[in-house]
Design a protein around this ligand. Structure first.
Ligand code: NDP
Length: 468
């Protein structure tokens, strides 16, 4: 059932224009609305709960609930024991974000001139529903390298700050990231009404909760180059991911006198994933986050808070529980992580190669098979595209997600089987990627119509052949 109606599109100069037909939803059903309000209310508490559980209950996620039910503690007492906001955390976080803005805006990429195969510098994004193609400065790998070089130089030579600094201010930092997450989401929401970057690509459902959460503007920018989606999606959250893990490793060393093989595995496997992200940043311009999602609380708050706090739970857990894995267990985790990464990367690479060469390439030693598709953009333009049915894209419609899930399971399994806490990540990733798969297919179906049906007939499974 609909609760809101589509309304005419207002552009920045007040004229009415015909909006694009595909992209994120125009109308909000009750289920979406309840999910959105539920997420807005509960997601901050989920982050708080998992971080607090380590701080106060040695990472037990059941103990706080049991104590509450048995009357041994109260919500007020848990809250009063939680470290509060501090100005030293605020200074650290402000310096961190300012440094990332500086690197993003003021240090154009030079790595692409030296690294064979790396695509950096000014690159085109995907065509928006309104038919625009934005330009982006791709310098994420360079920002990551500079940031980590400075971190390592500090740890080994300068000693300006302790390598455990992030862990030591973890909960006060959580309050700071929330302030930025809410501020940037609210700013993006108001900006869409007051001074949108590109009015034709805005989407108003008329439902405030949905618009705030899922975003109105497609590609909000300040000036020509400060792109909200590219900046918040990649930095400061993903650059911080590996630094946070390094800080956990330093804390484990400080507290227990050694670093466990599980901590090394988590650091290495997640660093591969992060480096892959930056190596392929130009390619990420063509993924759903950048080329289909609008910028709202889901991306703004999610990138500032959810990602750095919940994607790093394994390292946090290992500070409190320094698990030393047996050699077969460690080997099994490493193999699962590397095979998952191989599937994830190869599947993404196959699609990228196929799309770049318009099908004139070789996939698994053969010319790829595909289905020809047509779609229209808002300006009425007729465009053509191809959906590949060869390689991993013929095995399942989102085998890249399957590889991603295998890698995610490996991070969790590196923590042993003592607690549920580090397994939150695989549960979350499964929900995220299954939901994303359904969302993406809904979008593709409205974009390609009967051509999408031909594709789903040719490749009937989504993630696991024969099962789903
Ligand atoms: P995909 O890279 O799978 O892109 C989906 C798009 O690809 C579709 O919308 C369609 O776009 C096109 N497409 C679909 N099928 C085919 C086909 N057979 N042949 C050619 N093109 C096709 O999705 P995502 O952007 O979601 O994911 C990118 C990667 O990022 C994934 O590997 C995912 O695992 C990872 N990821 C990780 C997250 C994390 O938090 N760790 C979060 C989200 C993603 P078009 O309109 O161009 O046809």
């Amino acid at each position: 059932m609909e609760v809101t109606k589509r309304r005419p599109l207002r552009t920045a100069n007040g004229t009415k224009e015909e909006p694009a037909q595909w992209g994120r939803a125009w109308e909000v059903d009750w289920f979406s609305l309840i999910s959105v309000v539920g997420l807005l209310c509960f997601a901050p508490f989920i982050v708080y709960y998992f971080v607090m559980a380590c701080d106060q209950y040695q990472c037990s996620v059941t103990q706080p609930v049991l104590e509450l039910f048995q009357g041994e503690t109260t919500l007020l007492s848990i809250w009063s024991r939680t470290p509060s906001f501090t100005w030293s955390a605020a200074k650290i976080y402000t310096a961190w974000v300012a440094f990332q803005v500086f690197l993003y805006m003021c240090v154009p990429d030079v790595l692409h001139k030296f690294l064979p195969g790396y695509v950096g510098g000014v690159q085109d994004g995907a065509r928006t529903p309104a038919g625009l193609v934005n330009k982006y400065e791709i310098n994420g790998l360079q920002c990551w390298v500079i940031t980590h070089a400075l971190w390592l130089a500090n740890a080994h030579y300068f000693h300006w700050f302790s390598p455990t600094v992030i862990f030591d201010h973890w909960i006060p930092l959580m309050w700071c990231t929330n302030i930025l997450g809410y501020a940037v989401s609210t700013f993006a929401f108001l900006k869409a009404y007051l001074f949108p970057t590109n009015g034709v690509d805005c989407k108003f459902t008329g439902n405030l909760f949905y618009d705030y959460m899922m975003g109105i503007e497609f590609n909000p920018r300040i000036g020509k180059w400060f792109d909200f989606k590219l900046f918040f999606n990649g930095r400061p959250g993903i650059v911080a991911w590996t630094l946070i893990n390094l800080s956990y490793m330093a804390k484990q060393q400080e507290l227990h006198g050694h670093v466990t093989n599980s901590m090394i595995l988590v650091n290495v496997l997640q660093a591969i994933y992060v480096l892959d992200f930056f190596w392929n940043e130009a390619w990420y311009l063509k993924t759903i986050d950048i080329c289909h999602d609008h910028f709202g609380w889901y991306l703004g708050w999610g990138d500032c808070v959810w990602l750095p706090f919940l994607y790093t739970l394994q390292g946090l857990y290992l500070v409190y529980h320094p698990v030393q894995l047996t050699a077969p267990h460690a080997l099994a985790v490493l193999s699962l992580g590397l095979v998952g990464y191989y599937i994830f990367r190869s599947t993404n690479h196959q699609k990228d190669l196929f799309r770049r060469t318009e099908g004139s390439c070789s996939i698994w030693g053969q010319k790829p098979k595909y289905i020809e598709c047509a779609y229209r953009s808002a300006d009425g333009g007729l465009h053509h595209s191809k959906l590949m049915t060869s390689g991993f894209w013929g095995v399942a419609r989102h085998f890249n997600y399957t590889g991603d899930l295998m890698g995610s399971l490996a991070y969790c399994a590196a923590c042993g089987f003592g607690h549920l806490h580090p397994y939150f990540y695989i549960v979350y990733m499964t929900i995220l990627l299954v939901h994303r798969c359904v969302r993406d297919e809904h979008r593709c179906s409205s974009k390609y119509g009967k051509d999408w049906k031909r594709y789903t007939d040719a490749v009937p499974y989504r993630l696991i052949p024969g099962l789903f």
